[in-house]
Ligand binder design. Structure first.
Ligand code: 26W
Length: 828
């Protein structure tokens, strides 16, 4: 990548700084590997460059820590089981304003930045949207100078690597840290003990104080690794702290010497298994004991540390809620609430009432899904035996809640059964979160509304002020400056670079939609990005794609509600149309899918198999292979998204209305100048408000219509199929043996799921989708009109910056003072 496209006007002194950087890199290679630079491999150069960048970060990182600590400024704790941070080298360099300098230094050393960037592994410490949102939030928090820390788990194995063999998904373990962790600092001085199992005894002293004794528990040591979070041109640097689990001592020598070798090493293995692997499920929690251990491990270490450092700095734990506010990212970290109560009562001598009051003022909860099956419920016996003290605390919370309801609504047993925390032998994590949090928020306007009217209605009627809908966002640093340097510099050249820090400036681009020469340049950027994507796809996966074709992309987790199946069936109808001659003039289209399926989600994995079979079908027919292609891009991850999104023409956001909480991929495509074909779901609705419905391809049933059909059971998918010849014919491919598979298997289960129940109304929306799709192709045929709309999409996407989201959280929930002001306070 050349200098001019990585933005930033060439500065005086660049050559000098590059020369200095070059010698620092050379020096690092010598000191780190004991070799001269000309013998270094790209991996070694990457590590040396990374370590130099890390040195550049250290001063501001220390400033950030000391100034937030000294000023006592309130700090947000973003507590999340997932942080999908992506590669850090380019992102950090751009945010530091040092990309050009390092690029020049490397060039002088005979290395190309792109090669070095690709050496870095992409830490896949998350499943999808919720994990990536956490990473975008960390970027915005650092950029806006808001005191913040992220706390998560340092999984040794991240989300699996996906390979496609014989058209099927194969899961390969992802040992991401391999190759040397440049960005982390292990903090051996800050470890905590986390206890599992055993028994607890509660005794009241003669002076009326509770003494809780823990016995026969198993301990695990939580060891933190800190990563700097570099804000964009921000003098401050935030921290992401990831906990790793280790056994308390090398081996329990007492046990070992007693001859009990097996249990000595079993304990050790169990301890270290806790941070071994990220669970690859994103909807059906499977109630696995190890997952519960992970969750408690994360929150126990985090809350102990927070209480500890507050006590040291402030002394008065009653003031904890004035100093820290904790945001719980979905229910996975819920146990932080009873854990804080436990620490305050058992270790700090607080009364129940005081401890609960402090907890209620400390926590806030973000919900990310309405799917009932995705809400976490833990078997009460499992929790009782694994976390006896925590379970006792939850029981007490539950008993007091039941008493309260009984007083306000005497005899309403139904209400109790809906609101209770422990019900039917299960601990309902969402109910615990809602009950104990100051604020509860959904992740788009629609989602916020549905939380109030459906999922948490009973809570909402008594505490309406608790509920918010704050629409998600994405960071323009990663999703434009890092991912799409060409578009970024075109925008810079046109309206200046202010929009990197001020999202409202992006709309200064609106008038340029009418400027033919600007549209031309915008078009050229897209074309070049497509060529880059095609080259990348060939090089990394050996898959070819025509860079001149229309790129129609659906990239996201594979899930029935996201309706990759609707798209697949529609492609089959186009195939039929081309073969029969019904469809004649269609621009060449590449249908691109990228998606990982949860390993246990049979129907999702079958959908991947179907897409790959369609790909072969299309490629095998001479009437279709030059008109279209179906490409499944393996191993969708942050790095893949970064090359794919800038190359996309049409973004598929086609979930059943009422199911996609927000979506954030939709925003990334929009920012990168794709047009959206989508339903009125999640943040799509707000995208339509921002850019105008006429600049999107909106189709399909609205929430109300879906709700009505669900309520009156009036939907008959088979009748819908039978009434539409094209749909009927397309569906027949799933069962008639026409789809080429390596073992001649067919797709009966998918076929019947659509024909017999179609729980996500794919067939219902087929016709509307078909019309919207052809309308999109028609507009694409009118190059000027397409480009005009594409420019408007980019220009109107500023609202979806995570800077806006974070500012809204801050105003409504956190009430933090940006560090600039806090630091000035400190001096005063
Ligand atoms: C197995 C338990 C489980 C359940 C739900 C694991 C992970 C989840 C997540 C809530 C899934 C998720 O990532 N949800 C997505 O969150 C994004 C960020 O808010 C939203 O934009 C997406 O709409 C939502 O699907």
């Amino acid at each position: 990548m050349s200098d001019d496209i990585r933005n930033n006007p060439p500065e005086a002194g660049l050559a000098e700084r590059a020369a200095e950087t070059r010698s620092r890199i050379e020096e690092k290679v010598r000191k780190q590997f004991a070799i001269p630079i000309d013998e270094a491999t790209p991996e070694q150069v990457y590590e040396a460059v990374g370590l130099c960048v890390r040195d550049d970060i250290m001063d501001s990182w220390i400033t950030w820590r000391t100034s937030t600590q000294r000023s006592g400024a309130k700090c947000v704790i973003y507590l999340s089981a997932e942080f999908l941070i992506g590669r850090l080298l380019t992102n950090n360099l751009i945010n530091l304003g040092k990309y050009e300098c390092y690029e020049m230094a490397l060039r002088e050393l005979g290395y190309d930045m792109a090669t070095i960037e690709e050496v870095e592994s992409d830490p896949a410490l998350g499943n999808g949207g919720l994990g990536r949102l956490a990473a975008c939030f960390m970027d915005s928090l650092a950029t806006l100078g808001l005191p913040s820390m992220g706390y998560g788990i340092r999984y040794e194995y991240g989300f699996f690597r996906q390979e496609i063999r014989d058209g099927r998904q194969v899961e390969i373990p992802d040992n991401w840290a391999f190759g040397g962790a440049v960005w982390e600092t292990a903090r051996t001085d800050r470890t905590y003990e986390v206890r599992f199992g055993g028994t607890v005894e509660e005794n009241w002293n003669s002076d009326g104080n509770l003494r809780v004794e823990y016995r026969d528990y198993q301990s695990v040591i939580a060891k933190p690794y800190d990563m700097p979070v570099v804000g964009y041109r921000s003098p401050y640097t935030g921290t992401l702290r990831l906990w790793s689990a280790v056994a308390p001592k090398q081996l329990d020598l007492v046990q070992f010497n007693r001859g009990d070798y097996e249990s000595a090493s079993a304990d050790r293995e169990l301890a270290e298994s806790i941070s071994k692997v990220l669970y690859p499920e994103d909807s059906h929690p499977r109630g696995k004991e190890l997952r519960l251990r992970q969750q408690y491990f994360l929150v126990s270490a985090t809350m102990q540390q927070i209480v500890d450092s507050h006590r040291r700095r402030n002394g008065d734990l009653r003031k904890l809620p004035d100093a820290v506010v904790v945001q719980i990212n979905d229910t996975h970290p819920t146990l932080a609430i009873p854990e804080l109560i436990r620490i305050l009562i058992d270790n700090e001598g607080f009364s129940w009432e005081e401890a609960v009051e402090i907890a209620e003022r400390t926590f806030n909860y973000t919900n990310h899904t309405l799917l009932p099956e995705a809400l976490e419920c833990w078997p009460a016996p499992l929790m009782r035996s694994l976390l006896p003290r925590i379970y006792r605390i939850i029981e007490t919370i539950d008993a007091r809640l039941r008493d309260r309801i009984w007083q306000t609504n005497p005899g309403d047993a139904d209400l109790i059964s809906r609101l209770a925390i422990i019900h039917d032998g299960k601990v309902r994590m969402a109910n615990l979160c809602v009950l104990m949090s100051t604020k509860v928020n959904g992740v788009s306007q629609l989602h916020g509304k549905l939380l109030k009217t459906r999922l948490f209605r009973d809570f909402y009627v008594t505490q309406p002020e608790k509920f918010l809908g704050i629409t998600n966002g994405i960071t323009q640093r990663r999703w434009l400056a890092v991912a799409n340097p060409r578009l970024n510099s075109l925008i810079n050249d046109t309206i200046g670079e202010g929009f990197m820090r001020d999202w409202t400036k992006l709309e200064e681009l609106v008038p340029y939609a009418e400027d033919a020469s600007f549209r031309q340049k915008f078009d050229e950027v897209k074309r070049e990005n497509k060529r880059d994507f095609a080259t990348w796809l060939e090089r990394t996966h050996g898959i070819s794609i025509d860079p001149e074709s229309f790129m129609d992309v659906q990239a996201k987790r594979l899930h029935e509600y996201k309706r990759q199946l609707l798209k697949a069936v529609h492609i089959l109808s186009i195939y039929d149309g081309l073969v029969s001659g019904r469809i004649t003039d269609m621009p060449k289209v590449s249908f691109v899918f990228a998606a990982k399926a949860a390993p246990g989600y049979v129907r999702a994995k079958d959908t991947i198999r179907l897409i790959n079979a369609i790909s072969r079908l299309v490629a095998g027919n001479e009437r279709t292979r030059d008109a279209m292609s179906v490409v499944f891009v393996p191993n969708y991850d942050v790095s893949t998204a970064q090359v794919l999104m800038p190359a996309t023409d049409l973004s598929e956001q086609i979930s059943t209305a009422g199911f996609e909480a927000s979506g954030t991929g939709n925003m990334k495509f929009m920012l990168n100048g794709a047009l959206t074909i989508g339903t009125m779901d999640g943040a799509n609705i707000e995208m339509a408000e921002e850019v105008g419905e006429e600049n999107m391809f909106i189709f399909g049933a609205r929430v109300e219509e879906i709700d009505r059909m669900k309520a009156d059971h009036s939907y008959r998918p088979r009748e819908v199929a039978q009434a539409d010849g094209r749909l009927q014919k397309a569906l027949e491919h799933l069962v008639d043996g026409s789809l080429p598979t390596s073992d001649n298997s067919r797709f009966e289960d998918l076929y019947h799921s659509l024909m017999d129940s179609d729980p996500y109304f794919a067939l219902y929306d087929f016709d509307a989708y078909d019309k919207a799709f052809w309308e999109a192709l028609r507009v694409y045929g009118d190059r000027d009109e397409w480009l005009r709309r594409a420019v408007l999409n980019t220009a109107r996407s500023g609202y979806f910056s995570s800077d806006r989201t974070i500012n809204e959280y801050n105003e409504a929930v956190w009430h933090l003072t940006p560090i600039d002001d806090a630091a000035r306070f400190d001096e005063a």
